[in-house]
Design a protein around this ligand. Structure first.
Ligand code: SAH
Ligand code: SF4
Length: 360
């Protein structure tokens, strides 16, 4: 028997094609999106505006399945980390970050990552697999509907495991559903793609979407960035900043790029580094988000001292930048940036290692 087709990750356009093939009108797509993504309903038999025959047909050929949650860890300040199982049996992590006026979900786009940034726990694992759009939007579905007492998600950031621009189409299909008014109805400003700087994909992105873009810069000189963000050897800083300008030039409304800059003790955190950064960004419309390095097992790097973090931030502010420092949330549960590892089934880098998550 053929596998049933999972409809949870289908955009409105692909649902229209699906229903057309069943000789059903295209408005069924909107109806189904509403059931799944606004009411949280996964059972065709509960969808009262579908007639009996259609429900029967849908049950025969399709299903609506969210990924399985294996574990949930909650930190004292309310940040929650979810361990989520993929179809393959590998697992990934997502993080819910509640704040006063919003609740942000940090989603994963890949299990592992091939790019090997030297400060990142996900990168240290190597690449396992791309997520499907079912598995990406499934994270948002889980965060909104699984726990009845939780507030709905208002913001999504692609800052979990993986490089979203190297899993382009599934990420774009999931963003389509996030923005769709019959689904999650999130505005472009409430969805952020964070990338280490895949230049051709940033240019491609500029042609088709207008979501917020965050660039993981972390160093403003090629010599240093080549080491800590190795993809820089392929797409150096000048090309990356040009791609950012191109991205902004294609936007209709006002938009700025977020520059993410991790602060690692003795590596990229002196005032000299701040001065180079300030110069490099001088003609880009951006704000700078400083992220104190989060430690993970096996890393030799250390978080910058508070004194250096403040000096770095003040230097940038004096130069006229909006510079914020990301408060580390979820550190106690290893749910902070760069600490997400999941539990990958495949042996990675030929070492036959199975990486265990820090969830106990
Ligand atoms: N691959 C994408 C998105 C996932 S990483 C990217 O690199 O942008 C999300 C963010 O976490 C990035 O800004 C990344 O640089 C940061 N990060 C990775 N490891 C970190 C660590 N150990 N401490 C703090 N931030 C980290
Ligand atoms: Fe991959 Fe981003 Fe980690 Fe670099 S920082 S290894 S691009 S997940």
């Amino acid at each position: 028997m053929q596998d049933k087709i999972n409809l949870i990750g289908h955009s409105e356009e692909s649902l229209e094609i699906f229903f057309k093939n069943l000789d059903e009108p295209s408005f069924r797509a909107k109806q189904l999106l509403k059931w799944i993504h606004q009411k949280g309903e996964l059972d065709f038999d509960m969808m009262t505006d579908f007639n009996k025959d259609l429900r029967k047909k849908l049950n025969e050929i399709a299903e609506i399945k969210a990924p399985k949650v294996l574990d949930i860890l909650t930190s004292d300040e309310g940040t929650k980390k979810y361990l989520i199982e993929l179809n393959s049996g590998s697992s990934i992590e997502m993080v819910r970050i509640p704040e006063k006026k919003r609740t942000t979900l940090c989603v994963s786009s890949q299990a592992g990552c091939a790019l090997q940034c030297t400060f990142c726990a996900t990168g240290a694992q190597g690449f396992d697999q791309n997520l499907t759009s079912d598995e990406i939007i499934g994270q948002l579905w889980i965060a909104n509907f699984l726990e009845k007492n939780e507030k709905p998600i208002t913001n999504v950031v692609f800052m979990g495991m993986g490089e979203p621009l190297l899993n382009f189409d599934p990420v774009m299909e999931s963003i389509d559903i996030m923005k769709n008014q019959t689904a999650y109805s999130l505005s472009r400003k409430r969805i952020t793609i964070s990338t280490s700087g895949i230049v051709p994909q940033i240019n491609k992105l500029a042609e088709i979407t207008d979501v917020s873009l965050a660039i993981s810069l972390h160093a403003a000189e090629n010599k240093l960035r080549d080491i800590i963000v190795p993809i820089n050897k392929k797409y150096p800083i000048k090309d990356l900043l040009n791609a950012c300008k191109n991205y902004l030039s294609k936007q209709k409304g006002k938009n700025t790029i977020t520059i993410e800059y991790i602060l690692i003790d003795g590596i990229n955190d002196t005032l000299k580094h701040a001065a180079i950064l300030s110069k490099k960004l001088s003609n880009l419309s951006c704000k700078i988000n400083l992220i104190p390095f989060n430690h993970f097992e096996g890393s030799e790097y250390k978080r910058s001292t508070d004194k250096n973090i403040n000096a770095f931030k003040n230097y940038l502010m004096k130069k006229g930048y909006i510079a914020t420092c990301r408060i580390t949330r979820g550190d106690a549960i290893d749910g902070a940036c760069g600490q997400l590892v999941g539990n990958l089934k495949k042996s990675i880098k030929g070492k036959g290692v199975i990486h265990h998550t820090s969830i106990h």
